[in-house]
Design a protein around this ligand. Structure first.
Ligand SMILES: Nc1ncnc2c1ncn2[C@@H]1O[C@H](COP(=O)(O)OP(=O)(O)OP(=O)(O)O)[C@@H](O)[C@H]1O
Ligand SMILES: O=C(O)[C@H](O)[C@@H](O)[C@H](O)[C@H](O)CO
Length: 169
């Protein structure tokens, strides 16, 4: 593994990307980007209205995330970014740089319960079905690190650091 990877914490809405990625970035002392912050207002409005994004909506957003990753690679700065990265084609684009995908895997039931308990977020729980429909879990050859989400966020972050042999700063 490169000394300066960017971890892409991926998975459906509510899988815990923001929670786990923030912990990881804090513990590693690496730059952090909340990928949702790069969505154009139109995408946020669409999701808020309960309409799933399509490829056309997602590509400009994915390219902004790819830019952030590319800048970090050029500067030899490691980082952590959240990005649903639901489809293989999206991940193949992000993989043009030196990234490691960390896939937060859980059942629809488990994630649905978490989303129902989450407040103050634009993403309605009703969009979870569409997230699972779009999801193409990383295939074997993608070498993603798959983490089951049934543990606490702190345990998940510790597992990721240990399995990737990273060191907390
Ligand atoms: N391991 C966990 N155990 C219990 N609850 C968790 C865990 N991880 C996250 N949560 C809770 O589940 C909810 C969803 O987590 P979070 O917002 O981090 O997901 P997300 O994948 O970033 O979602 P989105 O893509 O919609 O922004 C939050 O309320 C969070 O506090
Ligand atoms: O690809 C997508 O459909 C979107 O990125 C969503 O996953 C949202 O960004 C996120 O889940 C909302 O919080």
């Amino acid at each position: 593994m490169s000394a300066h990877p960017v971890l892409v914490v991926m998975g459906v809405s509510g899988s815990g990307k923001s929670t786990v990625a923030a912990l990881l970035a804090g513990q590693l002392g690496w730059d952090y980007l909340e990928g949702d912050d790069l969505h154009p207002a139109a995408n946020v409005a669409k999701m808020s209205a309960g309409i799933p994004l399509n490829d056309e909506d997602r590509w400009p957003w994915l390219l902004k995330i790819a830019d952030w990753i590319g800048e970090h690679e050029a500067d030899q700065m490691p980082g952590v970014v959240t990005c649903s990265a639901l489809k293989r084609s999206y991940r193949d684009r992000l993989r043009q740089a030196n990234v490691i995908f960390v896939y937060l895997a859980g059942s629809k039931q488990e994630i649905s319960e978490r989303l129902s308990a989450r407040h103050g977020h634009f993403m309605p729980p009703a969009l979870l079905d569409s997230q699972f429909e779009a999801l193409e879990p990383p295939a074997q050859d993608e070498a993603a690190l798959t983490v089951q989400i049934s543990h606490s966020p702190v345990e998940e972050a510790a597992e990721i650091i240990q399995r990737l042999r990273l060191s907390a700063s």
